[in-house]
Design a protein around this ligand. Structure first.
Ligand code: HEM
Length: 149
């Protein structure tokens, strides 16, 4: 096909029942793939480790208060986020119930982390559509993460 001939689905809508002419990119791709996501998690985890509201929970602080935990945690959260955004399967850590079952995280603790994630996406100027899509994924895990009696 020569470069000025549009692919056929641009004309016909292809087999997309909504008639969209462009194939949709995954959220993973729209967030910038592994470089975009690892870069965002790098900023996020530094902010979480320094966040007083997040560290008010003693069990959380036992982990987040240790700077040596940052690189491994960044690795795990990056891999989790890649998969959650529809990227390649690469997360081998614990599921979200097991990962948080000894931390007694309450609604307030969850909201503190959620606020920091949203602030980081804003800080990095992630566009509104991707921002909202990623935050909806985070919110969908609230029932698994909040386990305070
Ligand atoms: C949807 C929201 C969340 C996601 C996606 C998430 C993701 C993760 C991941 C991937 C891990 C690593 C699991 C492993 O070691 O195999 C983890 C562990 C951890 N998370 Fe979360 N988390 C969320 C919410 C929270 C909240 C709200 C807090 C605190 C208020 C928190 C605190 C921690 C801590 C302290 C650990 C380390 C536990 C340990 O190994 O001792 N997380 N989280």
């Amino acid at each position: 096909m020569n470069p000025i001939t549009p692919p056929i689905h641009h004309i016909t809508g292809g087999d997309d029942p909504r008639g969209n002419s462009m194939p949709e990119q995954s959220l993973y791709e729209r967030l910038g793939g592994v470089y975009g996501i690892a870069g965002a998690v790098d900023v996020l985890v530094d902010r979480l480790f320094a966040n007083a509201a997040v560290n008010a929970n003693e069990a959380v602080h036992a982990h987040h208060g240790v700077p040596a935990n940052a690189p491994g945690y960044k690795f795990l959260v990056t891999a989790w986020s890649i998969e959650a955004a529809g990227g390649p399967k690469c997360y081998f850590g614990q599921d979200m119930i097991k990962a948080h079952d000894e931390l007694a995280i309450d609604e307030h603790g969850f909201d503190a982390v959620k606020t920091e994630i949203a602030a980081t996406l804003s800080f990095l100027d992630v566009p509104a559509a991707e921002h909202d899509e990623f935050m909806a994924i985070i919110e969908s895990y609230r029932p698994q993460v909040v386990q305070a009696a």
